[in-house]
Design a binder for this molecule. Structure first.
Ligand code: SF4
Length: 292
């Protein structure tokens, strides 16, 4: 297999075979991200993709699922992407469920009809690394996408029938803008109605512009307690039913389906953690994190 950069597997789909169709990230400039920092973006040669599919056809000939790599494999135009999905179906004829992470902006270059055609070829689920629904925050961390982009592109996905996730990056707006980040993200995500809302907490990694800004006093990171308060405000304002998933380091179990039925319990659990949680332990866990 031609894996040419670090492989980030979706931990919720641990058994999906992996197929790399791009390398790195087209944007590679979000101020908090180190994932593909030293990897130039490129499309994988189509010969490599075909060789990898031949290999997968020998190892898992009955595969019904697959995850596409790397950071944003759906950046390709429809004309480039559709033949790859056709090739997947040719070598893995039982294929039913193609999954990929990608940027919100990668949906821009496809029409609803093209998205429907990609769905017919098996593209069923996409994780969108949105991080926020607040325009100030999106610009502050150089996400290169706006709240109206998120609404527009998610609307196209909904119309095409492709399921999607939206991700909230807890803490990424810093102290001054924390509440706007929480409230506006919840409002925008609620309008988009994703199948899943995922939340993760900001860790400032060495080599990121955001850490350098924090060291110069230009960005004030949240404390662990402030992260929990922000997360609670986000949850309070989230009104769409979805699977709710959190990677918060507290270890309290908040993830699961039927968000609206569980919303009050999630808020109660967060309240408890805010009052009685061991914040030093949370900070120590975060310090040991190596990637987003
Ligand atoms: S967060 Fe995603 S879009 Fe931003 S630089 Fe990292 S991989 Fe690329």
């Amino acid at each position: 297999m031609h894996f040419t950069d670090t492989v980030y597997r979706n931990p919720y789909w641990p058994t999906f075979p992996l197929l790399q169709i791009t390398q790195g990230c087209t944007h590679n400039s979000c101020k908090f991200c180190t994932m593909y920092k030293d990897v130039p973006f490129k499309l994988q040669p189509i010969e490599w993709i075909e060789e990898d599919l031949k290999e997968l056809a020998e190892i898992v000939p009955d595969a019904k699922t697959i995850q596409l790599l790397s950071a944003n494999p759906l950046c390709m135009t429809y004309d480039k992407l559709a033949p790859i999905l056709e090739m997947i179906n040719k070598y893995l004829p039982k294929m039913e469920y193609i999954y990929a992470c990608t940027r919100v902006t990668d949906i821009r270059n496809k029409t609803v009809e093209q998205l429907k055609a990609l769905k017919d070829l098996g593209l069923r689920e996409i994780s969108l690394g949105s991080e926020s629904g607040d325009d100030w925050t999106l610009e502050r961390v150089n996400k290169n996408c706006s709240a109206s982009d998120i609404i527009e592109q998610c609307g196209k996905l909904t119309e095409s029938g492709i399921d999607f996730w939206l991700c909230f990056l807890n803490g990424v707006a810093g102290k001054e803008h924390s509440m706007d980040h929480a409230i506006h993200s919840a409002e925008i995500f609620s309008r988009c109605k994703p199948m899943l809302v995922g939340t993760g907490g900001l860790t400032l990694f060495p080599g990121t512009p955001l850490l350098e800004e924090a060291e110069r006093g230009e960005f004030t990171p949240l404390t662990e307690k402030e992260m929990l308060i922000e997360l609670k405000v986000f949850v309070e304002h989230l009104t769409c039913d979805c699977y709710f998933n959190t990677h918060h380091t507290s270890g309290i179990h908040l993830s699961g389906p039927d968000f609206l039925k569980r919303k009050n319990k999630i808020i109660e659990a967060l309240d408890y953690e805010i009052r009685y949680g061991d914040m030093d332990r949370l900070a120590a866990i975060r310090k040991n994190k190596r990637t987003l």
